[in-house]
Design a protein around this ligand. Structure first.
Ligand SMILES: [Fe+2]
Ligand SMILES: [Fe+2]
Length: 180
């Protein structure tokens, strides 16, 4: 079996992110908190990996700068909204409406990546390099703080996972250490 490359991996994460948005919307109580924590973790890992690995790679390709700039802007807005939601917590009034906004933004952003950015990588970047990038993303995901165990007090759970910015810092540091 061919090794998974970074485009396949990130597209798989896009699907997982959509599923987690659905889960947060539909679940109640502790299950909803758990699902939201999973979403915060995966989105933080995913967008940081794209910022550190994918957009810089695309900038090496002709015409890549404009494409990467647009994606970075979208990610910046999504990260701010994610932090706001994380501060509010899933029980807060107004959470649901902001969650829907974040979902729409994130899905549109992922579609832009899949239509405009990833095809450039597929066309211009060597397969071996795309596979090595996938390995770095997987390693970065493994070092991100994990979600809390079910049934744990939510205040404790929050401390264990940390805010999105802390997860992103940890993933960013990890990726930079792995790069040659
Ligand atoms: Fe992204
Ligand atoms: Fe993405």
């Amino acid at each position: 079996m061919a090794e998974e490359d970074v485009v396949t991996l990130l597209e798989r994460q896009h699907l997982q992110i959509r599923e987690l948005f659905d889960e947060v919307e539909q679940a109640k109580g502790d299950q909803r908190k758990e699902a939201f924590h999973s979403l915060v973790r995966l989105l933080s890992v995913h967008e940081t990996a794209e910022e550190e690995l994918v957009h810089p790679e695309v900038r090496r390709i002709q015409g890549g700068d404009a494409v990467a700039d647009a994606r970075v802007g979208e990610e910046h807005r999504a990260k701010e909204l994610l932090s706001t939601l994380d501060d509010m917590g899933p029980d807060a009034e107004g959470f649901d409406i902001l969650l829907l906004q974040l979902r729409d933004d994130v899905i549109a952003h992922a579609q832009h990546e899949e239509r405009e950015e990833f095809p450039m990588l597929r066309r211009e970047t060597e397969q071996k390099r795309l596979e090595a990038m996938a390995a770095t993303v997987r390693a970065a995901e493994a070092i991100a703080p994990t979600r809390p165990h079910p049934g744990m007090e939510s205040s404790v759970a929050n401390i264990l996972l940390g805010p999105p910015a802390a997860i992103m810092d940890r993933v960013r540091d990890g990726i930079r250490k792995m790069l040659p």
